[in-house]
Design a protein around this ligand. Structure first.
Ligand SMILES: O=C(O)CCC(=O)C(=O)O
Length: 208
């Protein structure tokens, strides 16, 4: 992975990397993630946020050298700080996430962040796939609902990295099996997100 992927991320606002974790590992983690968001845990206020803190497997993945090296290679950053995570599960009938850029929800110190969105299940047809708006993180982008792009087929273990200012949304979920993704938030600087979103000590910052 070289300067091409760095260019790609900052030019289009996203980049796809396949097989970052093995298929079987992703499916195992999807079961864990399912349990975490459907069963009460320490983070009751926002059961989908920062659950890597109360699950060893998700925590190890989030903080693994494999993941932080990938983020460094994709972003071109010298230092990588991991500051938050989210589990995004869609059950049948879920309308999907509305069009948004993550930066709109985060304080300015987090606006340089990128998300590494890891598919823990296959994104089959009919499942809630991500739609990304290439170039929408740049200031000259003219907003238009029709400019969204589906990222081909995504299998469990594949990742999509996207910048905090990239517009994106997800589709309605029509499949019986839930679709689950684990999104990790990284920044080139120390960044703390929104403290009021967490019920328990949250920020595990990793510098590589
Ligand atoms: O997975 C989804 O449906 C939405 C994910 C998302 O919006 C995000 O990670 O910022």
């Amino acid at each position: 992975m070289g300067s091409r992927s760095v260019d790609r991320l900052w030019r289009y606002g996203y980049t796809v990397t396949r097989n970052v974790i093995s298929y079987s590992n992703a499916i195992n983690l999807s079961r864990l993630a399912f349990n975490l968001v459907t069963i009460d845990g320490p983070n009751r206020k926002f059961p989908k946020l920062c659950r890597h803190l109360d699950n060893q497997e998700l925590g190890s993945l989030a903080k693994s050298t494999r993941i932080s090296s990938l983020v460094r290679a994709i972003s071109g950053w010298k230092e990588v700080y991991f500051w938050s995570s989210g589990i995004f599960m869609k059950s049948i009938g879920d309308k999907g996430a509305p069009l948004h850029a993550d930066a709109d929800y985060w304080p300015p110190e987090c606006h340089q962040s990128i998300t590494l969105w890891i598919a823990l299940t296959d994104m089959a047809q009919g499942s809630s796939q991500l739609i990304l708006y290439p170039g929408s993180h740049l200031s000259d982008f003219i907003e238009n609902e029709n400019r969204g792009k589906l990222v081909g087929s995504i299998s469990a273990g594949d990742t999509i990295a996207f910048t905090a200012k990239l517009l994106h949304r997800s589709q309605e979920h029509h499949c019986i099996d839930p679709r689950i993704a684990f999104a990790l938030r990284f920044s080139p600087i120390l960044c703390k997100g929104q403290p009021d979103q967490y019920d328990f000590p949250s920020y595990k910052i990793l510098s590589v």
